[in-house]
Design a protein around this ligand. Structure first.
Ligand code: TXA
Ligand code: MG
Length: 313
């Protein structure tokens, strides 16, 4: 049995998704970053199914997706700084890790037993429709098997998880293409746990300089495994040309003759949106992939973070 793929803009699809979620099932939902594998965050059995379907080696804490700030504040404690960040960037590709509230609905398993909770308000209308209709927080990691590239198309989800989940909602390609930036806010200290779809400079314009995870204040981010976004092929980074047997993932006009080009015009947003889909395509065709240098600025920080993880053996 393989999960049906339903159009996310049809109210009947949303109704079926909510029905499956209420029954403790798994539904792949599109967000502006990547497709997420959603389950009822308050139901430990449903959350356990997420780990089982992904084949995750351990119980990493998951992001709880909520409808807005009000729902978020029922789950976590927002300092003045956390509030400023939420007001500036929600809905959008920013996840805030804050101290949890004892009365919150996100279950222990979804938080991996931590005293903090990761919260995000997605911007994509399809995701918002599901969360609003469901009425409570949804845990959702990226909807891929553990170790595979994150899915940015419904077909990627079907390839990886089609036989293990209940339903896939299809809203086409994800506009951002890399996962949300994860920022822990404990009191008035903000720590960047994972670079992502919101550029560091945009966050820092509101928070001031972000701390690095090893600078103390932040809780550990157990999900940041060194080897994570791992294609089957070997990756060779900062490559200005490719050998005949290599696939070549280019960036900018200087990568003439590349198999695929993340962005001819060196637009880092376009490159982020193409990243995982292009890696998947080349991974099916080549044993080694040469990747052009990507500048470490704006969304380039998140792109290079994912590429370095994918290159690690
Ligand atoms: O864009 C995204 O964020 C996607 C879409 C589906 O929303 N979701 C996603 O979720 O990437 P996931 O579960 O793959 O990533 C969650 C990240 C991990 O790095 C995890 O360690 C961190 O958030 N995290 C979650 N809860 C945490 C907590 N309480 N403390 C520290 N880190 C936490
Ligand atoms: Mg993931």
């Amino acid at each position: 049995m393989t999960a049906p793929i339903l159009p996310a803009d049809d109210p009947a699809s949303i109704a079926r998704a909510v029905e499956a979620l209420r029954a403790g099932g798994l539904v792949a939902i599109p967000t502006e970053t990547v497709y997420g594998l959603a389950a009822d965050a308050s139901d430990p059995q449903a959350v356990a199914r997420i780990f089982e379907a992904k084949g995750r080696p351990r119980f990493n804490p998951l992001i709880a997706h909520v409808a807005g700030l009000e729902q978020a504040r029922a789950e976590g404690e927002f300092s003045a700084l956390a509030l400023r960040l939420a007001e500036a960037f929600w809905p959008g590709p920013l996840t805030l890790v804050v101290p949890r509230r004892a009365q919150g609905r996100v279950c222990d398993l979804a938080r991996a037993g931590l005293e903090t909770v990761a919260l995000r308000v997605p911007a994509l209308p399809a995701a918002r429709a599901v969360i609003a209709a469901f009425g409570g927080p949804l845990s959702a990691p990226s909807a891929n098997r553990s170790g595979a590239a994150s899915p940015t198309r419904a077909a990627h989800v079907a390839d990886d998880l089609g036989d293990r989940i209940d339903l896939i909602l299809d809203a086409g390609a994800c506009p951002v293409g890399v996962e949300s930036s994860v920022v822990a806010v404990i009191g008035e200290a903000a720590t960047l746990l994972r670079p992502g779809g919101l550029a560091r400079a945009e966050i820092e314009a509101v928070s001031g300089p972000l701390l690095a995870p090893d600078e103390g204040a932040a809780p550990a981010s157990p999900g940041m495994l060194a080897r994570h976004y791992a294609p089957r092929a070997t990756l060779r980074l900062n490559a200005n040309s490719a050998a005949p047997e290599e696939g070549w993932l280019g960036f900018g006009e200087s990568s003439a003759g590349a198999d695929l080009n993340l962005s001819y015009s060196r637009d880092l947003r376009e490159a982020a949106a193409n990243l995982f889909a292009y890696l998947r395509r080349l991974d099916g065709e080549y044993l080694q992939i040469a990747v052009a240098p990507i500048p470490e600025e704006g969304l380039g920080e998140a792109i290079n973070d994912r590429l370095r993880r994918a290159a690690r053996r």
